[in-house]
Design a protein around this ligand. Sequence first.
Ligand code: ANZ
Length: 763
Amino acid sequence: MSYDHKSVDGKWQKRWMDAGVFEAKEDSSKEKCYLLVEFPYPSGDGLHVGHPRSYTAMDIVARKKRMEGKNVLFPMGWDAFGLPAENYAIKTGNHPGTFTEKNINTFRRQLQSLGFSFDWSREVNTTDPAYYKWTQWMFLEFFKAGLAYKAEMAINWCPKDLCGLANEEVIAGKCERCGTPVEKKLKSQWMIAITKYADRLLADLDTVDYLPKIKKQQEEWIGRSEGAEIDFAVDGSSEKITVFTTRPDTIFGVTYVVLAPEHPLVVLIASDEQRGAVDEYTASVKSKTDIERGDETKTKTGVCTGAYVINPANDEKVPVWIADYVLGHYGTGAVMAVPQHDDRDRAFSEAMNLPIVDRPLVSFDEAVEKTSGRKKVQYKLRDWVFSRQRYWGEPIPLVHCEVDGWVAVPIEQLPVVLPVVEKYQPSENGESPLASIDSFVNTKCPQCGGAARRETDTMPNWAGSSWYFLRYADAHNDNEFASKEALKQWMPVDIYNGGMEHTTLHLLYSRFWNKFLFDRGHVPTSEPYARRLSHGLIMSEDGTKMSKSKGNVVNPDEIVNEHGADTLRMYEMFMGPFSEPVPWNTNGVIGVRRFLDKAMKMTEKISDREDAEVTKMLHKTIVKITDDIEGFGFNTAVAQLMMFVNVVQEKGSITKESLMTFLRVLVPFAPHVANEMWENLGGEGFVEEQEWPVADASMLKDDTVEIAVQVNGKLRGTIVVGSDETEEAIVTMARADENVAKYVIDEPKKTIVVKGKLVNFVV
Ligand code: ANZ
């Protein structure tokens, strides 16, 4: 007989909701614990089985912490601006908000069907004007601090659709929709100066507890290099080429200088004979991505400019080349090439038949001085392009006035609400669809009252998610993004779990955003997350990525319908180590369901007495589950729960008290089953309202004992044996011990055994 999961799941979900048991309280008498999982983008596909992996894990932690007496905040919301909704709107002409709302309802229903203990009273939605009012307000804080500025930046441009494209819409250099090769188009964009925080974003990694691989990825993304800028005068011209080098000590080995194809000096210095070849080469690299350009496995390409520069260290004349392995937007976009010491320069020299010379190194400092160079710290991190020429994003709350320039929309006028438009397509010159709505664009300058035009660009998807963890602290506040008291109560987030794919963008953006708000006195901590963990992806049964096109996506609704919420939750925890990728296995799902049926049947085995094994196993299980949850070892925790149920089945009975204690460690994993059993046993309220059990130390004594082995009364060794081992076996093991054996060559005259303590051989 298997339990009726449909009625059990629904019953407990309704009771939890009605009683509001998971709502966080503003109660500073209890220690707070803020647990955060990345809020999902509510896509049209609904929940993916990957989502519950992260959510179940943190739900287990949340349930345990509450039972340990902590005041837990475990919230959920929607990161709901995004391309799929926008593309749906372009295709159907419907408002992207309609699509988004429908998807949110589906997601909410699905998450609730899994029994997660989220505090639904604090749900946030980044597309809600009451929320994005504060995203806009924060943008204005950046603007007022001088960290938001305008710059010409290249955007991806589809010349057929006449439309700017997000990076995700460029597939192998082509427009995702029509397959036309994508071009770069210069556009004036809002930028945010995240690079001003590069050093602190790096240094403060020492103050947080992130998985080592996450820290490393952040460090590499920020990419701090110490080096120098050195000027090379162009021969026969007043121009100079400035290079950035991390190895000024190699200056005597320079055999040529390379410019990136997009370097502004390229057109100025190319000789008449080389001009044609230079133009041709420059055009040929236009559509290549940085990754293609940096590909170490491809033969290097380039062209000489016909110009020469003078090495400032030794006055040697060396040629200037153009090559795409030098990137336009790193350092100065120009490199002094030292094939003797640099692999890329050597590969290029070999491809182009350029000389490689063998020259001594000079000290660091000496090289910089000799060349009148300047020491320089360089970062890979770029400032954040914050404009999108799209509809479905937060309008940038600025107004342009001929007299006053860019002016902030006054706070009383926030939010600047997305107006209703007829067409969601960007305009033919690449402007956002907002640009064609005169009533939106034409406004008055808040400063001088004269005619002014609104900014029509919107913010990137990353904006709303850069501060959502702050809003959860005080989700319904209309006067502030969150009150100072609420932020002080909850921040920082104690544990934040999310995907490895968000390590460099979302995680870095939100750390930066929080640091900036901290500097402005708006939040109480400089770092938003004390601890960051990451879950491994769920792959399909054959180990490949689940994808709609391959038809190998598992639908969580189907598993919940067929086997119940607790089966999906426990299976996802059992399938493998939490931070490793793991393949889906339908047989594994069925196995977990069988375990839950077996667990349910323990209520039929209640008796006044139980085998000592059962008692002992219970206490071991408490210790194991307690430790495993702390260490995110969920798969081994589930294995322990299974072992316990097996022992009870084998021994045939369990006391009511033991079973009710077991339910307290089962409940984080299988909350529906645990509560149902609790009720069947006459338990009051919810299992979640009980205290987390503590193991009885005397029950944890090991099943083995250490025995001293003496020869003629002298200690010669120790052996570890099972506590119920026979005397004969103990003597055999004692004699076999290598430290003992050399003293007991012949048959001993006498063998004395003190049970559980000692063996003495008299020889
Ligand atoms: C001469 C040299 C000799 C270099 C040597 C390296 C080794 P990181 O550590 O990444 O900062 N470089 C500078 N700007 C570049 C650009 N825009 N595109 C491609 N490469 C560029 O690397 C800095 C080094 O990468 C610089 O130091 C420069 O080459 C090159 F034995 O200068 B080096």
